[in-house]
Design a protein around this ligand. Structure first.
Ligand SMILES: Cc1cc2nc3c(=O)[nH]c(=O)nc-3n(C[C@H](O)[C@H](O)[C@H](O)COP(=O)(O)OP(=O)(O)OC[C@H]3O[C@@H](n4cnc5c(N)ncnc54)[C@H](O)[C@@H]3O)c2cc1C
Length: 379
């Protein structure tokens, strides 16, 4: 057993860190304040190969492992968690799904552009009445010759209005429940596909979260991923890997909270000396650092299991459950260490708290992660 990173993994981590500090940090506060999508920054991430990290080079990706992806995702999110979620959805939901389950023709037509970052993808599973209860889909896909006709609404779609294509899960037969669900590739501009409401969010405000509407939207049957009825399995399998990405995003936010606390505690003086010399502050920092390190181990273990071809669903759920909690708790503690300055925008840590919260909600809430973990233990 070794905890050492390979040379490539270390290089990816260092590259991602300096890129984030040099190119994402400037403007992160303003993009958050005005909910501005970081189009230019996403293009720069694509140039580094960060938008399709785990896709083989023949399909336009960087051909890297999941550990490298998790390291980069954490470094990007350490500076700008909005960029982190844009990257995570494109990598671990859209590109992974197409690479794993798509046909060569679909990979040629869609994956190459997505993995190289020339195009951006979105993943639309959730609906007004289907969040945790993800198989309760009301969006219908009715077969019509060599096409399907989509009707329905999707909620909360990350990258939804900026994406060039969306992977849409819809029911071809509601009486079959999860076994009646299929996944369709729906390119932007398909008649009947429109962006509805844009959400105003607590955190990750520079990312794009919208509802999507489908009205008599004709999709070629060739755009169905996998067999008819395989869509729920597709979604669950894809989300297993997605949770590693969100756990890494949470780890990045937690690390940012720790780093900000360390430097502030050394600078800020109270009672004639830096607050870092107060044992009460030292205890907070020691506790936070231990939690962040434990989260890192869970995230990298889940990524390593995936790279090793071992089952990783439970490990991914554990990593997400734990790292998301650590992100929220670390951000809260960072605000406390910053005192009044922690409560204002300029010192960044208030954003960390707002950004951290969603990691306990999307790609399965913490309650759903506990269900996934308990089920696997009790099987
Ligand atoms: C910013 C943002 C971006 C998102 N991006 C995407 C995206 O790109 N694509 C996508 O498809 N979805 C996306 N989502 C949706 C997200 O995955 C769902 O919000 C999440 O799965 C929870 O579903 P819900 O909101 O319907 O809550 P509900 O399922 O209604 O849950 C409400 C509460 O009940 C709890 N609960 C539900 N069932 C159980 C149970 N069996 N046992 C115990 N407690 C339970 C939940 O944990 C939660 O606390 C996004 C959400 C947000 C906020």
């Amino acid at each position: 057993m070794t905890f050492a990173l390979t040379e490539t993994q270390e290089m990816i981590r260092t590259t991602a860190r300096s890129f984030a500090e040099e190119q994402l940090a400037p403007g992160a506060i303003e993009r958050d304040e005005h909910s501005t999508f970081p189009a230019e920054q996403v293009r720069a991430m694509a140039e580094l190969g960060f938008m399709g990290m785990m896709v083989p080079e023949e399909w336009g990706g960087a051909g890297l492992d999941t550990v490298s992806y998790a390291l980069a995702e954490a470094e990007i999110s350490r500076v700008d968690a909005s960029c982190g979620v844009i990257m995570s959805v494109n990598n671990s939901l859209v590109c992974y799904g197409l690479n794993e389950f798509g046909t060569p023709a679909q990979k040629n037509a869609f994956l190459k552009d997505l993995a190289s970052g020339r195009k951006l993808g979105a993943f639309a599973l959730s609906e007004p009445e289907a969040g945790s209860d993800a198989s309760n889909l009301h969006t219908l896909a009715q077969k019509d010759g060599d096409h399907y006709i989509l009707n329905g609404t999707k909620n909360w779609t990350t990258n939804g209005s900026t994406a060039d294509l969306v992977l849409v899960m819809a029911s071809t037969d509601r009486s079959k429940g999860p076994k009646g669900i299929s996944t369709f590739i729906v390119p932007k501009g398909t008649p009947g596909f429109t962006v509805a409401k844009k959400e105003k969010k607590l955190g990750i405000r520079a990312s794009d979260t919208v509802s999507l509407s489908f009205t008599d939207c004709r999709i070629p049957a060739a755009n169905r991923i996998g067999e008819e009825g395989a869509g729920f399995r597709f979604a669950m399998k894809t989300l297993d890997g997605g949770r590693i990405g969100i756990a890494a995003q949470a780890l990045g936010i937690a690390q940012a909270s720790l780093d900000a606390s360390l430097s502030y505690a050394k600078e800020r003086k109270a009672f004639g000396r830096p607050i870092a010399e107060l044992q009460g502050i030292q205890f907070k920092i020691a506790e936070m650092a231990t939690q962040v390190e434990a989260a890192r181990h869970l995230v990298l273990k889940a990524a390593w299991l995936k790279d090793s071809g071992e089952p990783y669903g439970t490990a991914a759920a554990m990593a997400k459950l734990f790292a998301s909690r650590v992100a929220v708790e670390s951000a809260l503690e960072a605000i406390q260490i910053h005192g009044g300055y922690g409560y204002v925008q300029e010192y960044r840590v208030e954003r960390y708290l707002r950004d951290a919260k969603v990691t306990e909600i999307y790609e399965g809430t913490s309650e759903i992660q506990r269900i996934v973990i308990a089920r696997s233990l009790l099987r």
